[in-house]
Design a protein around this ligand. Structure first.
Ligand code: PMP
Length: 391
């Protein structure tokens, strides 16, 4: 066979597999939902972010196809060139109204938003203060900004206070997940807002796992804690609780205008397809008209927390439908995932670098489409599986 410059890859894959870190895709069928078919078997799905059970909702599907019918399958260009469509504007207006901000700007995904927004706000003379457990997309965006990246211990406002007091940076940006993606716990937003006020820092909050779930109107953790007007940059996603795809940054009009000119992940990419925006608009209607959905998924979360605490797991600080079942080694998490699958439960193992070494886990995610009996059934299956796991 001819020499290939990619000959090194199979060895790399074997090395990943030997460490329990090789990943593989698994197709679910026929649609996202509380029960899915994986490799021909029906399994209860406990690992999607479709927290409100909207991804396959007929109203969203219809809104998506209507939007495609009216405005096309693709946007055809970036927003700034010839891809700025009425549905983008309508969705931005709805998002700004929901968040209580002057403006909102769409991004093509949460990853795009977090990868591109920090660099629009800070640069070489500046510093970003970042919770160590912030999502990977935030870390990537911080690195791209070329600002000094200062990480503080998880939710440790005392450490952050000291770091902010000592910094000589020109601009300061504090960035945090609202609800942490792998632990389900909440950032201390009130204390962070205090610190930012005191030190003249900007506060950037990623509500990927709280928008649609927390707060009186489901606007997120900042709303729940009554600090919405103290957050400078409200980032959130449309592909999780909202069941669609895409993301937004909400804030002041000048902020939105700056991002239009300066966020490279906004400027240099084709605009979101109309279908995604139509679906997100329909999801915002459901969030407004069916608060029982978030109440139900939060009640299921409390039920799961109680059961997991009885099994000895530390879930006391969980505030959203993400339950970390921390098992330690990659081998343990993988064994738990496959034993549960044999019993009809789909919950994949989460390993480094998604979580810190030694904290591999099952990340159990619940949806408003789940029922109490499914939570109870899962807890019983987990209790059965735990004694047989490798050390
Ligand atoms: N932020 C957080 C906290 C996330 O968990 C995720 C996705 N897992 C993202 C951003 C990225 O969002 P998206 O999936 O829309 O790219």
């Amino acid at each position: 066979m001819a020499r290939s410059a990619l000959d090194w890859i199979p060895g790399e894959l074997d090395a990943l597999a030997a460490k329990g870190l090789r990943r593989a895709l698994e197709t679910i069928a026929p649609v996202q939902g509380p029960v899915v078919e994986v490799a021909g078997r029906r399994l209860v799905n406990l690992c999607s972010n479709d927290y409100l059970g909207l991804a396959a909702d007929p109203r969203l599907r219809r809104a998506a196809s209507d939007a495609a019918e009216q405005e096309g399958a693709g946007a055809g260009a970036s927003r700034l060139v010839a891809g700025d469509l009425p549905v983008h504007r309508a969705l931005e207006a709805r998002l700004a109204a929901w968040k209580g901000t002057q403006a909102a700007l769409l991004f093509n995904s949460g990853y795009h938003a977090n990868a591109g927004v920090p660099a629009a706000l800070v640069g070489r003379d500046d510093a970003i203060f970042c919770d160590v457990l912030n999502h990977a997309s935030i870390v990537d965006g911080c690195l791209l900004s070329r600002a000094e990246l200062v990480r503080y211990r998880h939710r440790d406002v005392d450490e952050l206070a000291g770091l902010l007091a000592r910094t000589r940076a020109r601009r300061k940006l504090v960035v945090t997940d609202a609800v942490f993606s792998m632990d389900g716990d909440a950032a201390p937003l009130r204390e962070l807002a205090e610190l930012c006020d005191r030190h003249g820092a900007m506060l950037y909050v990623d509500e990927a796992h709280s928008a649609g779930i927390l707060g009186p109107t489901g606007a997120g953790l900042a709303e729940a804690l009554g600090v919405s007007d103290r957050v400078d940059v409200h980032m959130g996603t449309l592909g999780k609780a909202l069941g669609a795809f895409g993301a937004y940054v909400a804030g002041t009009q000048p902020l939105a205008e700056l991002l239009v000119s300066r966020a490279r992940t906004f400027v240099f990419t084709t605009a979101l397809p109309p279908a995604a925006c139509g679906a997100a608009l329909a999801a915002l209607d459901v969030v407004a008209s069916e608060p029982a959905r978030r109440a139900h998924v939060l009640a299921l979360t409390e039920r799961a927390k109680a059961g997991l605490a009885r099994l000895g797991f530390d879930v006391a600080s969980v505030v959203a439908p993400i339950l970390p079942v921390v098992l330690g080694s990659e081998a343990r998490a993988l064994a738990a995932s496959s034993a549960l699958r044999e019993r009809g439960w789909f919950v994949r193992a989460i390993r480094p670098p998604t979580v810190p070494r030694g904290t591999s886990r099952l990340r159990v995610a619940l949806s408003a489409a789940h029922e109490e009996a499914q939570v109870d059934g899962f807890l019983a299956a987990l209790a059965e599986v735990l004694p047989g796991l490798p050390p």
